[in-house]
Design a protein around this ligand. Structure first.
Ligand code: ADP
Ligand code: ZN
Ligand code: ZN
Length: 874
């Protein structure tokens, strides 16, 4: 293993000895990932001479006493020294060639290289758990043999066994052929043949070589398909039925003639005996059906394409005119109808037999969006995200592999959804930070992966947002302006993966809301002023008046709070002591469960909880005070000041249960409350036309975070939440409370002015070489031992410092040094966007950290995560 021009003296281990075959560059070994729980590493096998194996093939290999499925990862011409060649076993066979399409395989490899992650870990993100385990290898007579058999049968020949013309077949092979010929389909699972015939694999190999049989991988089958009773209408409704029976048939008819029995009984409030009677009379059929465990949603009324306004029509035409790979930034203000453009761009693709992939920030937050897709495309839509149960995920995966034209909506990991024939990729709310994985590795950004995927599959990528990320903004604007185009150097993989594809880029804008509705006016309230005027409430006079009006007129509004929990921290007014988590360096938050319940303090990092003390643990003062205003505190304050106002809390505390998002939003849409009170979640994709008021309790928490991205995030969040107001026929208004009304972000939000915000912000980024003008890599180190982690960080930073081409910031302790008892340090590397910095082989560094157990400088207990293009560097 080489290390790219970098000097890591403290990690040096013995160099591998000279390989005795170094001048002969022939691949003789293959590294595979075996499909066996608990064996996650790579295993090396010998390549048989007669087999042509490529990475991405599925193989069968001997493993202990078993025969296992495996994925070929890479071919080797040299062996690792610690493996004695005579101990290495041989690959038994290829089960399925090219299981991973080459574009998909290339995608996985790019992700692995760019994010410094072992390929296996990337494969694990991409494949649903246990995929290989459920696939089954089968052996069948080859077409030639089958044809010959039918011919002989037709010719009414006495069975001149095929074998008689093949004198050189071994007895094992003969036995296997005999078994297959005796079976009507000429097809058995390999496992069955192994049971029946001793050393079956040898015979199978022989027959394969002679072209008499074929080996194939049966598409995975759910081990236990889920069955459920379905009721189907068959007869007409005639007078010999009772009124009750007629009612039931009428319900059945209105629902398309087919309903799950459970559902029908519920709707009609009937018993199963009445259905049985009707089945006996021949009006209905009741039978078991397989339920695909894809996520279910309520039945929806069919929805039809809307006629587009000029800007939408223009955007749609531009997208449809694209041929092959292109990147589109669809910059549409809130309520401008981006989703309708997505829907109409997808519709013709499905007709052409292609599929579309739609990525959204968090699926739980967007039942509205999935409903809109389902209303348009019905059961062609499936949802794919990590919160699905294993069965649901597996079945959705299976459905994707069928190749049927479909729409998959999912969160970031869905970028790996194995949709064949991809026609379009869409990232909705592309600026959202949940598209980035912070840990574990690969620390990928779905947008970056989407760019590669679209390029590899030659399809367009649409990035939609009202507040585009500065990365997308700059990249599209620059390329449109014919700016720098970065060509990738063919042949050098490192440089290829580091350069964004030189893509045709298009900027499309939807500058107006649907029906020319105005954006809501934003009123900024100076809270310092309020305090001077004697208002100590967390609500300004203006907001109080607006809430009063909601209550009186039964209108609807949204109240946005930057934080969940009751308050940000609890401290002693007498001595200033702040109650902290014993495992993390953060203050505890006060959680109010219900009236009269014990008061609870909780850590938002590790979930540690304790009861609220009566007296200060430091000075015994009884005067403990809550600071900040979380959702709970605001909710209590609302209940006190506006007892008539009905509100629903919508935050991660109240939406923990499956389906809670949908339930709460439905309650709100049905007018069961005037106010929706919540955090970040309120900003993502809600389209509630009846909302006229949006209040932001305190913008300051967003503005003053110690992160170079704080302004961008604040602008995006505030603009998005403001955009929830006035989406229907009634005009909206927004009230933003803050202690720093003069902040440039607040001014830009007030003016709905993305351009001025981005210009100011980009100047600052450019001055300091922050993204998008520079790239960052964050090395996160953590350990239970505070000294070891600090020393290791220092060692790595020193080793890196001899390198040119990047700047090193740190090592520094993370802003919260200790989380769940682990001490955290970090090193930030900053380099030019075009530069190809010489970085060490991180796998090697990790291995060395683990290897040098003796030296105290690189202890095994330190874990290292490489966060490429980090979004959170606090
Ligand atoms: P965005 O995602 O840009 O914020 P949406 O796609 O949610 O906006 O659209 C806002 C509302 O306008 C939705 O209720 C949508 O159904 C409606 N809408 C979109 N396009 C049209 C159109 N061409 N005519 C009428 N209504 C439309
Ligand atoms: Zn005290
Ligand atoms: Zn904690």
């Amino acid at each position: 293993m080489y290390i790219n021009g970098i000097n890591l003296p403290n990690f040096m281990v013995a160099e591998p000895g000279e390989s005795y075959q170094s001048n002969e560059n022939v691949n003789r070994w293959v590294e595979v990932l075996v499909d066996c729980p608990g064996n996650s590493g790579l295993f090396t096998y010998r390549l048989p001479i007669h087999l042509e194996i490529k990475p991405g093939d599925i193989l069968s290999v001997p493993f202990g006493a078993q025969q296992l499925g495996a994925i070929a990862i890479r071919l080797l011409s040299e062996l690792n020294v610690d493996l004695p060649p005579e101990k290495i076993r041989e690959v038994e066979d290829i089960v399925s060639k090219g299981f991973f399409k080459s574009a998909y395989w290339e995608l996985l490899n790019r992700v692995a290289a760019y994010y410094y992650t072992p390929l296996i870990q990337v494969i694990r993100v991409a494949l649903p758990p246990g995929l290989l385990g459920r696939s089954q290898r089968r052996i069948r007579l080859s077409r030639r043999v089958q044809d010959q058999e039918t011919k002989t049968q037709k010719d009414k020949f006495s069975p001149p066994q095929l074998l008689s013309s093949l004198p050189f077949v071994s007895p094992t092979a003969q036995q296997i052929l005999g078994l297959l010929q005796a079976q009507s389909a000429g097809d058995y699972s390999f496992a069955y043949l192994q049971q029946k015939v001793k050393s079956a694999y040898r015979g199978v190999r022989e027959l394969l070589r002679l072209g008499l049989v074929e080996s194939y991988l049966e598409p995975p089958r759910a081990t236990q398909p889920k069955l459920q009773k379905a009721v189907t209408l068959i007869g007409t409704i005639d007078p010999d039925l009772t009124i009750r029976q007629r009612e039931i048939l009428e319900v059945l008819r209105r629902r398309g003639g087919e309903v799950w029995q459970k559902e029908l009984l519920q709707i009609c409030n009937a018993s199963s005996s009445i259905l049985k009677t009707m089945a006996e009379k021949g009006y209905i059929v009741i039978e078991e059906r397989e339920v695909l465990r894809t996520e279910q949603s309520p039945a929806l009324a069919q929805d039809y394409p809307k006629s587009l306004n000029a800007a939408q029509a223009n955007a749609l035409a531009s997208i449809q005119a694209l041929d092959g790979f292109a990147q589109v930034l669809l910059h549409g203000i809130t309520g401008s109808g981006k989703t309708e453009v997505y829907l109409q761009a997808i519709a013709p693709l499905l007709k052409e037999g292609k599929s579309a992939l739609v990525l959204v920030p968090e699926i739980g937050l967007t039942p509205q969006l999935t409903d809109r897709f389902r209303a348009r495309f019905g059961n062609k839509v499936s949802v794919y995200h990590s919160a699905l149960s294993e069965g649901e995920r597996y079945d959705t995966w299976r459905q994707m592999l069928t190749g049927e034209p479909q729409v998959v909506i999912g969160t970031r990991s869905a970028i790996f959804a194995p949709l064949p024939n991809l026609g379009l990729i869409i990232l909705d709310e592309e600026h959202d930070s949940s598209f980035k994985q912070d840990s574990p590795i690969p620390t990928y950004h779905a947008r970056t992966v989407a760019q590669w995927r679209a390029e590899l599959e030659s399809c367009p990528l649409v990035l939609g947002s009202a507040t585009p990320s500065l990365e997308s903004w700059v990249s599209v604007k620059m390329q449109e302006a014919g700016g720098r185009s970065r060509k990738s150097e063919v042949g050098s993989r490192k440089s290829e993966v580091l350069s964004p594809p030189a893509s045709p880029a298009h900027y499309l804008s939807l500058p107006e809301r649907i029906n020319s509705r105005p954006l809501p006016p934003v009123e900024v309230v100076d809270m310092r002023q309020e305090l001077q005027e004697g208002n100590r409430s967390i609500f300004s006079k203006s907001l109080q008046a607006a809430l009063q009006q909601l209550q009186e007129r039964r209108q609807q509004g949204i109240l946005f709070i930057h934080r969940r929990g009751h308050s940000t921290f609890v401290s002693c007014r007498s001595c200033g002591y702040v109650l902290e988590c014993p495992h993390c360096d953060v203050s505890l938050s006060y959680h109010h469960t219900e009236e009269g319940a014990p008061q609870l303090l909780r850590c938002h990092y590790c979930n540690y909880g304790r009861s609220h003390p009566q007296y200060c643990p430091e000075c015994s003062s009884p005067y403990l005070k809550f600071f900040g205003s979380g959702t709970q505190r605001v909710a209590q304050e609302l209940a006190r000041q506006f007892p008539q106002l009905r509100f629903i809390r919508f935050d991660s505390d109240t939406t923990r249960n499956k389906g809670a998002h949908r339930t709460l939003l439905t309650q709100f849409a049905n007018g069961e409350a005037e106010l929706l009170v919540g955090t970040q979640m309120l900003t993502k994709g809600l389209d509630l036309p009846q909302v006229t008021l949006v209040g932001v309790v305190a913008a300051d928490g967003l503005l003053h975070l110690s992160d170079y991205r704080a302004s961008e995030r604040a602008f995006q969040t505030l603009t998005q939440v403001a955009g929830r107001a006035g989406r229907g026929d009634d005009p909206g208004r927004v009230i933003v409370q803050t202690y720093t009304p003069e902040h440039s972000v607040i001014e830009a939000v007030q003016g709905h002015d993305y351009q001025s915000f981005s210009q100011t912000e980009l100047e600052q980024r450019q001055a300091l070489n922050y993204p998008p003008y520079g790239r960052l890599i964050l090395l996160r180190l953590s350990s239970l031992d505070p000294i070891q982690v600090q020393n290791t960080a220092q060692t790595i930073a020193t080793a890196l410092s001899t390198n040119e081409g990047f700047e090193i910031l740190g090592p520094a302790p993370a802003s919260i040094v200790r989380v769940a008892n682990r001490y955290r340090w970090q090193i930030l590397l900053k380099f030019a966007p075009d530069a190809l910095p010489q970085l060490p082989d991180w796998e090697e560094v990790r291995r060395r950290i683990a290897a040098c157990r003796e030296t105290s400088l690189c202890p095994p207990s330190v874990s290292l995560t490489i966060d490429v293009d980090p979004l959170n560097i606090m």
